[in-house]
Write a protein that binds this ligand. Structure first.
Ligand code: FAD
Length: 356
């Protein structure tokens, strides 16, 4: 193994900020991953796994350790009746997998069109959008268990999927390196419908019985309108998508927040466990932030108040400072503490608090 030294990470991340990795290696095979993990162990170095860098903020000082960029490719299919088990290697670009499934008429991923990044990251935060989540279809995650020192297969149950969360993200962070993910799709299945924005878009297009490809096209169009696909030339391009999770609160907390907000039209989505999901975007706007608002080289997307966007000259410290100000103002106004969605590398714990 021949890791490169002091490799800038900004070009590998959609926000395009942050410093270098002390060591950096591209893993094209599972053997490369094993070798890198063993090398890091021998050298006593921290190891970080990088996919497409679309849910990541790297500190300006960079990462003291080795960064392994997952570039393992490969897809295999097993069909049994209408069930299609699609297994993809961690380095496969996610949207190519979705496009492939839709083309073949395999239902299960169509609403997840246009999400940047690679397959290996999809189970980490249980990627989701427009009424679908990967936990609806994942049956197995094959991963290198760094603690046990062997390759294991985790069932969906073992992954403990939740809203933008899993065992891999918060339960045992950094323990597993995802190698392959298996999604169970349905050949000839109907597309997932029911998400209001998608239904409205299909209606406007005059489509009454949408095929998978119609849903994919509508999702992509809606996402484009919000700068939620990566497109060259889009001034909102340098983001991580949504910077904060939608908060999920108890009924008591809801009553308190509602009383403070003084607006019965506050958006909310009841959850199956009795709690209620709120809109982080709504809270941010009501706390006084506006789309397109800028603080020097960072700001909010002109099309989505949940996305923090970098412009020329931005640094990771600017991103974290704006995120900290947003969080502090939402907390002061509503008593709700927003939780960042992207993973922060190289920052001290509490970096958002100190930046306000
Ligand atoms: C414009 C835009 C829109 C977005 N829209 C959505 C959306 O609708 N829904 C949504 O859920 N997300 C969305 N995201 C966030 C992001 O695209 C997803 O979370 C995506 O899955 C991240 O993939 P990645 O390969 O870029 O991961 P990275 O950013 O490289 O990594 C993210 C985390 O996953 C870990 N990781 C990555 N690969 C592996 C692996 N093989 N094994 C172990 N750990 C790994 C990393 O260590 C890191 O902790 C959006 C982002 C952008 C920029």
């Amino acid at each position: 193994m021949n890791p490169r030294e002091r490799v800038p990470l900004a070009p590998y991340c959609t926000m395009a900020v942050g410093g270098p990795a002390r060591f950096f290696v591209e893993a094209r095979t599972e053997a490369d991953v094993l070798e890198a993990v063993e090398w890091a162990r021998r050298e006593g170095l921290a190891l970080r796994v990088l996919g497409g860098g679309s849910n990541l903020v790297v500190a300006d000082a960079g990462v003291d350790g080795i960064v392994v960029r997952m570039a393992i490719r490969g897809v295999s299919i097993r069909e049994s009746g209408v069930a299609v088990d699609l297994t993809a290697a961690a380095g496969e670009p996610w949207d190519e997998i979705v496009g492939h499934a839709v083309e073949r008429g395999w239902a299960g991923l169509e609403c997840l069109s246009g999400i940047p990044g690679r397959v290996g990251a999809t189970p980490i935060q249980n990627v989701g959008a427009y009424g679908q989540e990967v936990s609806d279809t994942i049956t197995a995650v094959r991963a290198l268990d760094r603690r046990a020192g062997r390759v294991v297969t985790l069932s969906a149950g073992a992954c403990a999927f939740a809203y933008r969360d899993s065992l891999l993200k918060t339960g045992a962070p950094d323990r597993y390196v995802v190698l392959t993910v298996t999604y169970r799709l349905v050949a000839g299945g109907a597309p997932a419908l029911g998400y209001p924005d998608v239904e409205r878009h299909l209606e406007v297009r005059g489509i009454r019985s949408p095929a998978l490809a119609d849903v994919r096209a509508s999702v992509l169009a809606i996402r484009r309108g919000k700068s939620m696909v990566l497109e060259a030339g889009d001034p909102n391009r340098r983001s991580c998508g949504s910077f904060f999770l939608n908060p999920i609160v108890s009924p008591d907390e809801l009553r308190r927040i509602e009383a403070g907000a003084g607006d019965l039209a506050m958006p909310r989505w009841p959850q199956s466990d009795g709690r209620v999901k709120l809109s982080a975007a709504w809270l941010i706007e009501r706390a006084g932030f506006q789309r397109g608002e800028r603080t020097g080289p960072v700001g909010l997307s002109t099309r989505h108040s949940l996305a923090i966007v970098c412009h020329d000259g931005a640094r990771a410290s600017d991103v974290v400072a704006l995120a900290g100000r947003i969080r502090a103002r939402v907390e002061a106004r509503f008593g709700v503490r927003l939780v960042p969605e992207p993973v922060l590398w190289g920052f001290e714990p509490g970096a958002l608090d100190r930046s306000t």
